[in-house]
Design a protein around this ligand. Sequence first.
Ligand code: FES
Ligand code: FES
Length: 170
Amino acid sequence: MSFTLTINGTTHQLEDDQSTVKLLDYLHDTRNLTGTKLCCGIGVCRACTVSVQKGPNRFAEPVIACSTPLATLKGARITTIEGVAVDGNLSAIQTAFLDNFAFQCGYCTPGFVMAAEVFLSWLAVADVAADDLDALIENAIGDHICRCTGYVRYAQALHKVALEMLEAKP
Ligand code: FES
Ligand code: FES
């Protein structure tokens, strides 16, 4: 039996004996997608976060690639940091992280970007009051570890993009 994974818009066929491979190892070793970072390797720091949509009518969700076997992702659509910018144009949150000097070494940044992208894709269709943004942002990225301690600026940048999105809603 084989199964498929769609990564950054390209569908790949995998064999069942790859089911136990962790997503991060598959991305690095088979797809040469090394932008997703390995840090703790035990599901704590969230540096390895990618966006996963497990069905056509389901929201994207953040998934910890270092600890997630491919068996749980059969048929899923995965977006990694390499799939965020389009034709070399950074996304709104990538630009905001840069403009707000949110990171220093940048090792944790792909994970923060992917968690923020998941959050913003949900926010685009959610009915949310601006006053609730801080708590929602804490929920979205508060568990990510940044060893350069960029937490405040990451949160501020995401708040700015999220607020602009809310204000642009009809
Ligand atoms: S490297 Fe995956 S959670 Fe830390
Ligand atoms: S910017 Fe260095 S770990 Fe976050």
